[in-house]
Design a protein around this ligand. Structure first.
Ligand code: G1P
Ligand code: ZN
Length: 543
């Protein structure tokens, strides 16, 4: 094998965001763009000669080409072996599972998660460390620094590798092992959940519908839900992974998973519905005519974890991202376990899980997971719910309402303003930051501001500090408004407003969240001058 050293010059925009580097496909297809970033990863992680790497992506447009380039670069950079998913495909949770199970030095995951794909869509790449989780900021910053100073990369001069047949082949001195992407993951799921109980539920007239959104989870859902657990074959919809996700937006929420929502809210609806995103780490849970907010879902999984074999020994603790509602905190308090509040992004949970401080983690953005891997995990959440439903033999709605009756309801919603001009978005954030002193103790409608800050976090394990993680206005009754700019978008800026209030009174629990939060929503729009500054009358997406 001939390894070539190619001269290159830095791009100045390779700073990883909330979850790796995400750009338009056309950006990634520029000469040297992907290569520069991959070499920056290899230079920063300094893997020992002879190390093994895991590699796979969500199958979106440009996945195959990128996998070939990375394999050739791995060979030229001294890796001994690369475990790559068949066809170059691995869901993000499956990649985390593979890294941990085979103790690789880490892995490269190609995904832009829930962002649209196709030639005009997005592509993404991120590095996960040996624990199976997204690289912490210390490493992503080192990768960014390397990308700004890069002058050359190394790549093997060989023909493309066959990726559609399982087994080993050689690429110079390196072995490329094409692995079954589903097997190891399915085995891990079976070790956590009571498959026999779920099988019984599904054969007893309990109907489910899972929307794979033409993304990576189709084959996983078919194998686990249909082949292992006996769900009817048509329980999995949009099961064929497509490079452009069928032209859709593979984001499991009420807006983008409308096809599933229509089924669950229609006549003769199934008892349970769920969807996952482009790379399989997100989940949306629905009951018959009922939506479970991701924040509630985390709290309910925690409150019922003792019913599930993999968690019946108890939870060490729970972690949630700051904008996620405090529903999980109430469960943690009842269980007498700690609840950690971290910045947005799964990378902040890794240290807590590695140190044994938390078992369950979640984000309001349809992300839930546990220490079985170091990524959030869409199908895991679906199976966790099915296991609870199999034991409790109640409807999804009854389980949620009983939960609210016991713990109170954290009424919650997120309003996203997507693709607004960057200057307008920055202007809103600056206005809010400049207004902190004005807000404190001020009465806003029926609410009185208690304190405002820009959230910062000190990691309790390694002491690292992350600042500027979102503007919070906390009211004296515990209600909150949070403003944050997205770190995953590729088009203009996305401003997220997170709204939360607490309702202990069961008589009010039937209220629609938008209705219950109407006053907070108005306050948020007023104090941020959002309409005036962006010209937007309403959010792009409400979850
Ligand atoms: C979004 C979500 C965040 C999640 C991330 C990756 O990031 O808000 O919770 O971890 O996607 O799935 P954001 O665009 O808000 O930076
Ligand atoms: Zn995702």
């Amino acid at each position: 094998m001939q390894a070539r050293t190619v001269s290159t010059t830095p791009f100045n925009d390779q700073k990883p965001g909330t979850s790796g580097l995400r750009k338009r496909v056309e950006v990634f297809r520029q000469a040297h763009y992907l290569e520069n970033f991959v070499q920056s990863i290899f230079d920063s992680i300094a893997a020992p000669q002879g190390a093994t790497l895991a590699l796979g992506g969500d199958g979106r447009y440009f996945n195959r080409e990128a996998i070939q380039i990375i394999l050739k670069m791995a060979a030229a950079n001294g890796f001994r072996r690369v475990l790559v998913g068949k066809g170059g495909i691995l869901s993000t949770p499956a990649a985390s599972c593979v890294i941990r199970k085979y103790q690789t030095c880490g892995g490269i995951i190609l995904s832009a998660s829930h962002n649209p794909g196709g030639p005009d869509g997005d592509f993404g790449i991120k590095y996960n460390t040996a624990n199976g989780g997204p690289a912490p900021e210390k490493i992503t910053e080192a990768i960014y620094a390397a990308s700004k100073a890069i002058s050359q990369y190394r790549i093997a001069d060989t023909s493309d590798i066959e990726l559609d047949t399982l087994g080993d082949s050689g690429l110079g001195d390196m072995i490329v092992s094409v692995i079954d992407p589903v097997g190891d993951y399915a085995e891990l799921m079976e070790s956590l959940f009571d498959f026999a109980a779920i099988r019984k539920l599904l054969s007893g007239g309990f109907f489910i519908k899972f929307d794979a959104m033409h993304a990576v989870t189709g084959p996983y859902a078919r194998e686990i839900l249909v082949n292992c657990l006996g769900a009817a074959p048509d329980s999995v919809m949009n099961a064929e992974p497509l490079p452009d996700f069928g032209g859709g937006h593979p984001d499991p929420n009420l807006t983008y998973a409308h096809e599933l929502v229509e089924v669950l809210y229609g006549g003769n609806a199934p008892d349970f519905g769920a969807a996952s995103d482009g790379d399989g780490d997100r989940n949306m849970i629905l009951g018959k005519h009922f939506f479970v907010t991701p924040s509630d879902s985390l709290a309910i999984l925690a409150a019922n974890a003792h019913l599930v074999p993999g968690y019946k020994q108890g939870l060490a603790g729970i972690a949630r991202s700051m904008p996620t509602s405090a529903a999980a905190d109430r469960v943690a308090a009842a269980l007498g376990i700690p609840c950690y509040e971290t910045p947005t992004g799964w990378k902040f949970f890794g240290n807590l899980m590695d140190a044994g401080k938390v078992t369950l983690c979640g984000e309001e953005s349809f992300g839930t997971g546990s220490d079985h891997i170091r990524e959030k995990d869409g199908l895991w959440a679906v199976l966790f719910w099915l296991n609870i439903l199999a034991v409790r033999k109640q409807s999804v709605e009854d389980i949620v309402r009983e939960h609210w009756a016991r713990f109170g309801r954290n009424v919650y919603s997120r309003h996203d303003y997507e693709g607004i001009p960057i200057d307008a978005a920055n202007g809103v954030m600056k206005l809010l930051r400049d207004s902190f002193s004005k807000f404190s103790a001020q009465k806003l409608g029926n609410y009185t501001a208690d304190f405002c800050d820009d959230f910062s976090y000190t990691d309790p394990v390694d002491g690292s500090v992350s600042t500027g993680q979102g503007v919070r206005i906390i009211f004296t009754d515990g209600s909150r408004i949070v403003f944050r700019l997205s770190g995953t978008g590729t088009e203009g800026a996305t401003l997220r407003i997170y709204l939360e209030s607490f309702e202990p009174d069961v008589a009010q629990h039937h209220l629609d969240a938008q209705e219950a939060l109407a006053e907070l929503i108005n306050i948020a729009l007023e104090i941020s001058e959002l309409r005036e500054r962006t010209g937007r009358e309403r959010p792009t997406v409400i979850t």
